[in-house]
Design a binder for this molecule. Structure first.
Ligand code: NAD
Ligand code: MG
Length: 282
């Protein structure tokens, strides 16, 4: 399996850990009431150990789903997610490994199938980012790492999972507001997020005849380990949008529930923009 490349510009070695964050992100609102929207379903979530993926995992569990999460190596975060899911009365399979390795992606899907026999909701969500203010500073190594991590696994995992998805099942891809308005310090990352938008639209039409829906979420600034691991200046993070603050994972994950369940049965190829009110097209 491939080694993780870290870059000198990184504040800390990726991936970041949620348990080290201060304050810790809000995973689910205390008053979020499940209503069996995903009863008996199985969800497979990449990057489900922390941040938005963890929050989606816990919401899905509250709605009655069993969960498999894939993560790089943040065991402590993954075990906490598992504990939170078990508290909801559901099962959680945690799978550690590198999604840039297609063999690992196939193995992870197989492990999920061996335990749960099915996948009904696939969430492609894992990503990395390495901010650079000059294009010349984006090294080939960084460029390859960013594309290999942020978009190739969407193909690997979806290809591996697709034979198990049936009518009514759903795929949800995490993009970013940076795909829609660009980002001068995340040129490579925002390009991968644009690729995710096109991947989602293309796949949605391809899978419509199989009655599998493919949608996505395009978050704005959300308080997660990715942010702490990437940026030096955190004080003003998220303050330049109309709502004027960063969002919490608990404010993003309900959109994943909506896109995963029957409530969104007439929606495919679309993105939900959860970004504090920044107006973006598409
Ligand atoms: P996060 O760090 O909590 O989650 C990302 C996860 O991806 C990590 O936990 C890590 O385990 C996993 N990962 C990374 N590389 C991997 C690899 N090679 N193999 C296996 N797993 C790997 O951060 P998050 O902010 O919750 O990110 C989730 C998604 O949300 C990402 O797609 C990110 O681009 C997107 N997003 C986040 C924000 C934000 O402000 N936090 C904004 C827009 C989009
Ligand atoms: Mg993590």
């Amino acid at each position: 399996m491939k080694k993780v490349i870290t870059f000198p510009e990184q504040k800390q070695e990726l991936p970041g850990n949620e348990y080290k964050m201060n304050p810790e992100p809000e995973i689910i609102r205390e008053n979020y009431t499940g209503s069996g929207k995903l009863l008996g379903k199985t969800a497979f979530i990449t990057g489900g150990d922390s941040g938005i993926g963890r929050s989606a995992a816990v919401h899905f569990a509250r709605e009655g789903a069993n969960i498999a999460i894939v993560y790089l190596k943040e065991n402590k975060d993954a075990l906490k997610t598992k504990e939170l899911i078990e508290k909801e009365g559901q099962q959680c399979l945690i799978i550690s490994g590198d999604l840039t390795d297609e063999k690992f992606c196939k193995k992870a899907v197989k492990e999920c199938i061996s335990l749960f026999r099915t996948i009904n909701v696939l969430v492609n969500n894992a990503a990395i980012q390495f901010p650079q203010n000059e294009l010349e500073k984006i090294t080939s190594a960084q460029l390859h790492k960013t594309f290999e991590t942020n978009i190739y696994p969407f193909f690997y995992v979806t290809k591996a999972a697709l034979p198990y998805l049936k009518e009514g099942d759903s795929i949800i891809n995490t993009s970013s507001v940076t795909a829609y308005r660009g980002s001068e310090h995340l040129v490579d990352y925002s390009s991968t997020k644009g690729a995710i938008v096109s991947f989602t639209r293309s796949l949605s039409t391809m899978l419509a005849k199989r009655k599998i829906r493919v949608n996505g979420v395009a978050p704005g600034p959300i308080w997660t380990p990715l942010i702490v691991a990437s940026f030096d200046k955190l004080k003003d993070f998220g303050k330049d949008n109309p709502i004027g603050r960063a969002g919490q994972p608990s404010e993003v994950a309900p959109a994943y529930v909506f896109l995963a369940c029957e409530d969104s049965s007439y929606i495919t190829g679309q993105f939900i923009h959860i970004n504090g009110g920044e107006l973006v097209g598409g």
